[in-house]
Design a protein around this ligand. Structure first.
Ligand code: 13P
Length: 283
């Protein structure tokens, strides 16, 4: 069933688990995510980024994802990931999204607040919750490119001010996480997360979770993260499974046959994450 993310994240925050937010670009990834959520009886978000919309078309991808969410036997919110502009947020709302991120974290503080407030006013008028980010993540995620040098962690006092000033529903934090695969083992700053948690009462979001070791994900959930974003590990399963299938079946040209094991491999990744996030059986 299609729901908004607010009810999902508030339940996660209250009961000590995290809801998985999985990125999709197409029909096959969407099927894999929904099948995993249904198999594990888990509430989830399916996320669509500006890059995914550009690739698949604003008219097509949200239609596929919203239809899949409506028909699913578990609650699913359809989320705009890293919304880059007010304009795209409005288009997303028109196309049925039930959850919005407005990412203006590259702007100075006042600009970030102003952009988020504008989106909050529009979204709250129709009951759609809003995620915002402060501090900057390293790595690359679609249009978001921040060098490691520039990556700034979220400041706990500024987080509290940001929530009060901009009035949004979920806060994405930068605590040593980065988009894409990590060079070496990441080390999340749990003291910083605790300090943010103490000062902020809205649910907290961890981006860039692909490649973070399971024990740190478990700790992140225990320290109060309620939404965890995964994209890269799904892409990795897609690419490696296609390559392997092609090597083993060089004469196969039927996309349906090629993509069947790919969907299964992506589903396995999502099911594993749902287990680690402790959201299995919560639907
Ligand atoms: P990964 O690509 O590291 O999984 O991050 C996904 C993400 O945070 C999407 O916003």
């Amino acid at each position: 069933m299609l729901v908004t993310s607010k009810e999902l994240l508030l339940d996660a925050q209250k009961n000590g688990y995290a809801v998985g937010a999985f990125n999709t670009n197409n029909l096959e990834i969407t099927h894999a995510i929904v099948r995993a959520a249904e198999a594990k009886r888990a509430p989830i978000l399916i996320q669509i980024s500006a890059g995914a919309i550009k690739y698949a078309g604003l008219e097509f991808l949200p239609m596929i994802v919203c239809k899949a969410a409506e028909q699913a036997s578990v609650p699913i919110a359809v989320h705009l990931d890293h919304g880059p502009s007010f304009d795209l947020v409005m288009k997303a709302l028109r196309h049925g999204f039930t959850s919005i991120m407005r990412d203006a974290s590259s702007l100075p503080y006042e600009g970030n607040v102003a952009e988020v407030r504008k989106v909050v006013e529009a979204c709250h008028a129709i009951g759609v919750p809003v995620e915002a980010e402060i501090g900057r993540l390293g790595g690359v995620e679609e249009h978001v490119v921040v060098s490691e040098r520039e990556a700034l962690m979220s400041d706990p006092d500024e987080c509290a001010r940001f929530v009060a000033d901009a009035g949004f529903d979920f806060l994405a934090v930068a605590i040593g996480n980065a988009h894409g695969f990590y060079k070496g083992v990441p080390k999340l700053d749990f003291d910083r997360l605790d300090a943010i948690r103490e000062r902020v009462d809205v649910p907290l979001v961890l981006h860039g979770a692909s490649g973070i070791p399971d024990y740190q994900i478990t700790q992140a959930v225990e320290h109060g993260i309620a939404k965890i974003n995964i994209d890269t590990e799904i892409r990795h399963a897609f690419a490696t499974t296609v390559r392997k299938f092609q090597e083993e079946n060089p004469d196969q040209i039927d996309p349906r046959k090629i993509l069947q094991p790919v969907i299964a491999a992506m589903q396995a990744v999502v099911e594993r994450k749902i287990e680690i996030f402790r959201s299995a059986g919560r639907a």
